[in-house]
Design a protein around this ligand. Structure first.
Ligand SMILES: [Ca+2]
Ligand SMILES: [Ca+2]
Ligand SMILES: [Ca+2]
Length: 494
């Protein structure tokens, strides 16, 4: 045990009033201790915040909410850490007011009894700091001029046509300029010719010099960061190259001849992560501090129990700070029952959940259906069954037959009749459309974005928002046109 004695002893002294022998053999696991004071009351805090901030500007919200979150963390965490004996491996978080520490069963019980601890959640994997930072290779230069892009003679695939994307490029001359979409995924093939010009570069970090030039706590984080191995290398090397495929749907620019991306002028920030809440919290914090506007999360985690509530709190705080969160509905229509087909993060109210329809607009069996249930989860009892919370929110295309780059370094596209399918591909279509909307109005709040997407979608299936297709098929041209009118245009939205 690395520092169990001090930690266990400190807690027991505090809680039980006298020292007890720490169990040297008991396994210690990482726990996220959520502290008492949080930004938003649950569950009504987030909707109330959105209502109060109906016409707020996203840029100003980012600054003020992040400052507030950090102030809340600074006010309470030192006291709890001291009570825990200031463990060396403790990690402080600010997106939620929480600390992560390794605790054995006895120390965990003592921690839960502390007056400052609201709840204890399993924190997931806690990566060790690397012995030496990885390298990113090759290194693209920062672009000095604004992004230009023309459709020219590129092939436009059916999925972009049906979402009404080309009209946005041609008639509104909007391509996602100035918008950063963080891909919380397996990394990005930043060498592919269709992605290379759209890779986000950390403006204050020099690559491969072994130093944390921008003092954000991470060494050489040039294109983003890998929160699994704590290295700056985010190249998507191993099959299935999931992050490269989803990235191409967001912002592939068609350099090789086929237009794969909805927003060919947007930038892609690479956040490699695995789904534990500690990892996710670090990734969200990075996205917020480094100026990402959107986070695409093409993953889906089942059976989280009360930890669903921790994900929801993280998402609501990130959204309040102006980050638009998007996830696919999942592919569990066959194996799983409603209300747990749609999981985490896509089942969170503020996360825009993209369902999937076929080219003929019918709903495939594999697409996960709503509603989802929010009850029996610590702090969240607001959407009990039978009604639950209607998800998905909107629909896009999960394939097959989506135009995609190959995952390899410079090897063009998958064939037109490729069989890749899954709502991992629905989500980045929506993320791309949001990037277009945010070029039209960078100040739109996440709740205005969601509201506009739903209000302008083409209704499918049962009339109105339904648990198979949400508010319907995303209409990029209608959504971006509405976005250009500003947040007032969302009044009366579904
Ligand atoms: Ca850095
Ligand atoms: Ca550096
Ligand atoms: Ca409908």
């Amino acid at each position: 045990m690395r520092c169990g004695i001090g930690l266990g002893l400190g807690l027991l002294l505090l809680v039980a009033g006298g020292p007890l022998a720490a169990d040297e053999e008991a396994p210690r696991r990482p726990w996220l201790l959520l502290l008492k004071t949080q930004l938003l009351e649950t569950p009504g805090g987030y909707p109330a915040f959105c209502k109060a901030q109906a016409t707020a500007k996203r840029g100003a919200l980012r600054t003020s909410v992040v400052a507030k979150l950090k102030a809340i963390a600074d006010a309470e965490q030192p006291t709890l850490l001291e009570a825990l004996g200031n463990p060396k491996d403790a990690q402080r978080l600010w997106l939620v007011n929480g600390i992560v520490v390794r605790l054995d069963a006895k120390a965990l019980e003592a921690a839960k009894a502390h007056a400052l601890v609201l709840h204890a959640y399993p924190a997931g994997m806690l990566p060790a700091p690397p012995k030496k930072p990885g390298r990113v290779d090759p290194v693209h230069r920062r672009r000095k001029k604004p992004r230009t892009w023309k459709l020219g003679k590129k092939t436009v695939p059916w999925n972009l046509e049906q979402l009404n994307v080309p009209r946005v490029w041609k008639e509104l001359e909007i391509i996602g300029r100035g918008v950063t979409v963080a891909m919380f995924d397996t990394g990005i093939n930043y060498e592919h010719e269709d992605l290379a010009k759209n890779i986000w570069i950390n403006p204050d970090e020099k690559p491969n010099n072994g130093r944390d030039d921008d003092k954000n706590g991470l060494v050489d984080d040039y294109y983003g960061y890998c929160f699994v191995q704590m290295t700056p290398e985010v190249m998507d090397r191993s099959p299935p190259k999931h992050g490269s495929l989803t990235s191409s749907v967001v912002a592939g620019d068609g350099t090789g001849g086929t237009q794969t991306g909805v927003a060919p002028g947007a930038q892609l920030m690479a956040l490699r992560g695995a789904g534990g809440p500690y990892n996710a919290c670090r990734a969200f914090q990075y996205a917020l501090e480094e100026g990402a506007d959107v986070v695409n999360m093409s993953f889906s985690i089942p059976n989280l129990g009360h930890t669903r509530g921790l994900w929801r709190r993280m998402a609501e705080h990130a959204s309040a700070a102006g980050l638009v969160l998007i996830s696919g509905a999942g592919n569990f229509g066959r194996q799983t029952q409603v209300p747990v087909q749609i999981r985490i993060p896509e089942g969170i109210p503020c996360v825009i959940c993209a369902g999937g329809v076929r080219k003929d607009l019918s709903v495939p069996v594999f697409t996960s259906k709503g509603p989802v249930e929010w009850s029996g989860v610590a702090f969240y009892e607001d959407h009990p069954l039978p009604g639950g919370l209607i998800k998905p929110d909107v629909s896009a295309f999960p394939g097959p037959g989506i135009a995609l780059i190959r995952g390899g370094r410079k090897d063009g596209y998958l064939p037109e009749d490729n069989k890749r399918r899954g709502n991992s591909l629905s989500a980045p279509h929506v993320a791309g459309v949001v990037a277009l909307m945010l070029e039209a109005d960078p100040e739109l709040t996440p709740w205005a974005v969601k509201s506009i997407l739903e209000a302008t979608a083409k209704d499918l299936d049962a009339e109105g928002k339904d648990p198979n297709t949400g508010a319907g098929l995303v209409d990029a041209f209608a959504a971006v046109s509405r976005a250009k009118q500003g947040p007032q245009a969302t009044t009366g939205a579904k």
